[in-house]
Ligand binder design. Structure first.
Ligand SMILES: [Zn+2]
Ligand SMILES: [Zn+2]
Length: 214
């Protein structure tokens, strides 16, 4: 699996394009902004994108969703508990003094244990709520090293905020304890903001994880 990270927009969120080396099929994770650069990369690399997966629906992760989904004519995937956030984009935009991004219909709802396949690769959906009600992560446990896309649940040295509408601090702690702390140490973490890291590095150095028991 090739993973390309494109950092987009005023919130510097990470859009990931994960592709199968053998078939060139790819998925986009969080078309957060700058649709032009996302589309340019996909076209330059001659990737065949088969879907867009949303870790969650905060404005900095979906601003270019409609633009990219319609340009590529691909289905859009999200957890159904994230719909109240997605349907309130206008309010979210106003909070940050931004224009409301175009919206697109969600084609497939995914939940814990669902599999997302592209080319020869399969990612497993893990529900990771707390930062947002329908936040998901996408894990590739069979790769060497294993890899996971976590959205804004976990960052290098920090975690996602839990003071936005729909967030829940207790749920966030449960996600960190029951999901994140149980992942393999060598698993590469692709976060919604900032650089990639590993579960092992975060367990050792992330102040929000060091006091949690695995
Ligand atoms: Zn977020
Ligand atoms: Zn974000």
């Amino acid at each position: 699996m090739q993973v390309r990270m494109i950092t987009v927009g005023m919130f510097q969120s990470n859009c990931f394009i994960a592709s199968c080396d053998e078939t060139g099929e790819a998925i986009i994770i969080d078309a957060g902004d700058d649709g032009d650069s996302i589309l340019k990369f996909v076209r330059d690399q001659k990737l065949r994108v088969t879907m867009i997966v949303n870790t969650h629906a905060h404005i900095d992760h979906v601003s270019a969703l409609a633009e990219v989904a319609s340009a590529l004519s691909v289905p859009v995937v999200m957890h159904k508990n994230e719909m109240p956030i997605y349907e309130n984009l206008a309010q979210h935009a106003m909070m940050f003094g931004l224009a409301t991004p175009a919206s697109v219909s969600i084609d497939r709802f995914v939940a814990d244990g669902d599999v997302i396949t592209f080319g020869r690769l399969s990612g497993h959906v893990i529900e990771t709520p707390g930062h947002s009600p329908g936040g998901i992560s996408l894990a590739f446990k069979d790769l060497t090293p294993p890899r996971i896309f976590v959205g804004d649940v976990l960052f290098h040295g920090s975690i996602g905020r839990t003071d936005l509408p729909g967030a829940n601090h207790q749920q966030m702690v449960a996600t960190l304890e029951n999901v994140i702390m149980k992942l393999p140490e060598d698993m590469v973490v692709y976060a919604g903001h900032g650089p990639e890291t590993t579960i092992g590095i975060e367990k050792l150095t992330n102040p929000f994880l060091v006091d949690l028991t695995p």
